[in-house]
Design a protein around this ligand. Structure first.
Ligand SMILES: [Zn+2]
Length: 417
């Protein structure tokens, strides 16, 4: 059956996959540029975390974010963030859920910024989330100890970028994942662990699942690809994110977990922070440099090059972790994440042989660097369709209509506790 006025795209020699879905991005404030980068890489749908606004309730920040979305070219869901856990008001998660914001993130680190949730605050919010059918996400690192380690490094004058791994060791992450999941388990809340970086925190996720908890866990492209050797080199500033890159034994374990299904979701954690002057100005102090790296454009092509072509991941599994499972985690499946009849008109015509070098000529996010600069990637979109419109053709980003994707809370009665 052919719809009247429908266009025909020639996909001979190409793989047709659903528009990709990126659960973890920070694109508000740079929606136009980051959105074009996402589309160029085959990502038509993403979820973005709300930015901080001191003294403003999360639901109000979310409302502003929702109003901003149509100005960009992406289809976007919104994650709430409890930026001020000490000021959290009961029923705030219900307000968020009524806006279609059914995931909320807490910080278990960054005590020095005043955003870290303590155990009591986490317990209260997880309990409320279980009642509202909201999923709790957490940045898992033990923030109290991270503060002490940073103080020790500054006191001894060891603040070079090569200290990044020692400033935030993986045990801080594993401990916080354990505690996060224990507290969500008590509350009966669904949990989502963002950016699992290696074996120890992954073990905590698996332990909680074995105990019957509903836990989703993601890995980010940069943790799959790089290890902490990057902090010894001249380019260390290009790899400043938290949690940090880990030991060389961790990336292979993450690939295995992604292939096996222990990790279900591949995300970019795209962060719009330029190298100059934001990062270079503070490069002398590893405890003060702005963290976060861009990557929304390269998630599929990097995973195709380093995963599929290296035999670590089947192409079908790449589609699962970059499209289908992210859509399920967001509650957007099967409108998103699949190309079956009835799904939204988001498609990628993927050329498994396309070759792209990451660099100023190919980056679309308007930033002055990428941690993937200089890499030659194999596989990329020839055509991207978003919302039924051709958004990218042969490397040219034509754009698409941005729209907000509200979600429904899975409201339920909390487990007995
Ligand atoms: Zn993030």
């Amino acid at each position: 059956v052919r719809a009247p006025g429908a266009a025909t795209l020639d996909a001979s020699g190409l793989l047709v996959i659903p528009g990709a879905v990126d659960v973890h991005t920070h694109v508000l404030g740079a929606l136009a540029e980051d959105g074009r980068a996402a589309l160029a890489g085959g990502t038509t749908t993403a979820a973005t975390f709300i930015d901080e606004a001191p003294g403003v309730a999360p639901a109000e920040i979310a409302e502003r974010a929702i109003a901003e979305i149509p100005s960009g070219p992406l289809q976007l869901a919104v994650h709430g963030v409890v930026w001020e856990p000490g000021a959290h008001q009961p029923r705030e998660l219900g307000r968020l859920a009524r806006l279609g914001v059914t995931t909320v993130k807490l910080w278990l680190a960054y005590e020095e910024l005043g955003i870290m949730a303590d155990d009591g605050q986490l317990h209260r919010i997880a309990t409320e989330a279980a009642e509202e059918g909201v999923t709790v996400m957490a940045h898992c690192e033990n923030g109290r100890i991270a503060t002490v380690l940073a103080e020790e490094l500054r006191a001894s004058g060891r603040t070079g970028l090569e200290q990044h791994g020692r400033a935030r060791p993986i045990a801080l992450e594993a401990e916080a994942v354990h505690r996060f999941l224990a507290i969500c388990g008590m509350a009966g809340a669904d949990a989502y662990v963002v950016h699992v970086t290696g074996r120890e925190p992954l073990e905590e996720v698996l332990r909680a699942r074995r105990a019957g908890q509903r836990v989703q866990a993601e890995v980010c492209t940069h943790h799959l690809l790089f290890d902490d050797g990057r902090y010894e080199g001249d380019d260390a500033l290009r790899f400043m994110m938290t949690p940090p890159l880990r030991s060389p034994a961790d990336p292979p374990a993450l690939w295995d977990a992604l292939a096996r299904g222990d990790l279900g979701i591949l995300s970019s954690d795209h962060s719009h922070v330029p190298l100059h002057p934001d990062k270079t100005a503070l490069a002398g102090d590893v405890t003060a440099v702005p963290y976060g790296v861009p990557g929304v454009q390269w998630r599929l092509a990097v995973a195709h090059t380093a995963g599929v072509l290296e035999g670590r991941l089947s192409f079908e599994r790449l589609v699962e972790v970059a499209c289908a499972e992210p859509a399920r985690a967001l509650g957007l499946f099967p409108c998103k994440g699949t190309s079956r009849p009835g799904a939204d008109g988001d498609l990628v015509l993927w050329d498994p042989q396309a070759v792209t070098e990451v660099g100023a000529a190919t980056r679309r996010d308007g930033l002055d660097y990428s941690p993937y600069d200089g890499m030659v990637l194999t596989g990329g979109p020839r055509v991207v369709v978003s919302g039924g419109e051709v958004a990218v053709r042969e490397g040219e980003v034509l754009g698409a209509a941005g729209r907000y994707l509200p979600r429904e809370a899975g409201r339920r009665v909390a487990r007995a506790r």
